[in-house]
Design a binder for this molecule. Structure first.
Ligand SMILES: Nc1ncnc2c1ncn2[C@@H]1O[C@H](COP(=O)(O)OP(=O)(O)O)[C@@H](O)[C@H]1O
Ligand SMILES: *[C@@H]1O[C@H](CO)[C@@H](O)[C@H](O)[C@H]1NC(C)=O
Ligand SMILES: *[C@@H]1O[C@H](CO)[C@@H](O)[C@H](O)[C@H]1NC(C)=O
Ligand SMILES: *[C@H]1O[C@@H](CO)[C@H](O)[C@@H](O)[C@@H]1NC(C)=O
Length: 310
């Protein structure tokens, strides 16, 4: 059994993308001009970014016993991610996101989480030995929230650093998510759902961070798109704004997942680096991802990045 330094308990989704000149109306059939599939799901996205930076990473997730599930497993393997804890179920289909995008970039998205919602306690127990030996555990909310919480608890009680990305956000989050997370990392809209504070700038993000600390996490990070992120921790209770590079963004889909996956990599492999430095590097990697189209297709590999990042 391989050791993993970064363990992700989360989702795998197949993106089914149709490009059209306009969005259809109810009951209408229209022709699109291009179709493609993509590998997505926040859990797998974060795991793939960490692996592309060189992390030994393991994915604990559930897909269907269908061609999408088979293909997903094949692609995780291609990314160097072991799949011994990728469970295939006959009870539901592989998670899918049907996406229609018009020429203005507006979209309709329907997500059917499917097999992701069947990931359960037994799946976590089968992976318990890997979870307890990891350096970092990463969780999101695209699987059953109680299963995410159980994974965070298992890791936290074993002394594994826990990185929680409350996405997509739910308003009535179980308070234990905060106490079992060393680090919480969310974007502006998730920050608002969690705290009721609309985030328009770094100062607002700092206020959100302080509230999240009061709820029990040790470090809170709010990402701000082109503005980078704001971080605050119990050790350094004054919010700090860490700026991103100025770049020309062509597709920001999955930027947050690139950021979280990068941060997981640095936490596992460079634990003595100052947090601000890890965030500067994670901003940089996420800013590279927004300069190419697609989600995982835009995530850079270690060999393509400036070697000063490592
Ligand atoms: N336009 C951009 N220019 C540079 N960096 C970006 C841009 N958009 C996103 N990023 C990087 O990606 C991170 C996450 O982006 P954000 O939009 O906050 O998350 P999400 O994808 O969850 O909405 C940011 O903190 C930043 O590092
Ligand atoms: C998947 O789950 C089933 C039970 O639901 C179990 O019998 C099987 O061993 C699991 N496989 C993996 C790879 O976890
Ligand atoms: C934050 O992430 C969610 C997905 O969890 C996404 O729907 C939303 O658009 C993002 N918000 C911002 C401000 O980027
Ligand atoms: C999924 O794996 C990555 C990493 O090896 C490749 O770069 C992608 O091309 C691959 N995707 C498909 C559709 O095969």
């Amino acid at each position: 059994m391989a050791v993993a330094e970064v363990v992700v308990v989360g989702s795998c989704m197949t993106d089914l993308v149709s490009l059209t000149s306009r969005l259809p109306k109810a009951g209408e059939t229209i022709h699109g001009h291009r179709f493609f599939t993509g590998f997505g799901g926040k859990g797998a996205n974060q795991c793939v970014q960490a692996a592309r930076l060189g992390a030994k990473a393991s994915m604990i997730c559930k897909v269907g016993k269908d061609s999408f599930g088979n293909d997903y497993i094949g692609n995780l393997t291609k990314n160097g991610i072991p799949t011994e804890f990728v469970n295939q179920t006959e009870e539901a289909a592989t998670g899918a996101a049907s996406i229609i995008v018009n020429s203005e970039g507006q979209n309709f998205i329907v997500i059917v989480a499917g097999a992701n919602l069947l990931l359960n306690s037994d799946d976590l127990k089968r992976a318990a030995h890997v979870i307890s030996k990891a350096k970092v555990m990463v969780c999101q909310l695209e699987i059953t929230p109680s299963v995410s919480l159980e994974a965070l608890k298992m890791a936290h009680t074993s002394g594994v650093k826990t990185l929680f990305n409350p996405a997509p956000a739910i308003a009535d989050l179980d308070p234990q998510f905060y106490t079992h997370s060393d680090i919480i990392c969310c974007n502006e809209s998730e920050a608002e759902l969690l705290t009721g504070i609309a985030v328009g700038n770094a100062e607002d993000a700092g206020r959100v961070g302080l509230i999240l600390l009061e709820r029990g996490c040790k470090t809170a990070i709010v990402t701000l798109g082109p503005e980078g992120c704001v971080v605050v921790s119990t050790k350094e209770p004054i919010p700090k704004h860490v700026q991103a590079q100025k770049v020309t963004a062509v597709d920001t889909t999955g930027a947050g997942d690139s950021f979280v996956g990068s941060l997981a990599f640095y936490l596992a492999y460079y634990p003595n680096l100052p947090l601000e430095e890890m965030l500067r590097k994670s901003n940089f990697i996420a800013s590279v991802s927004v300069q190419a189209t697609g989600t995982q297709t835009s995530y850079p590999f270690r060999k393509e990045l400036p070697q000063g990042l490592f």
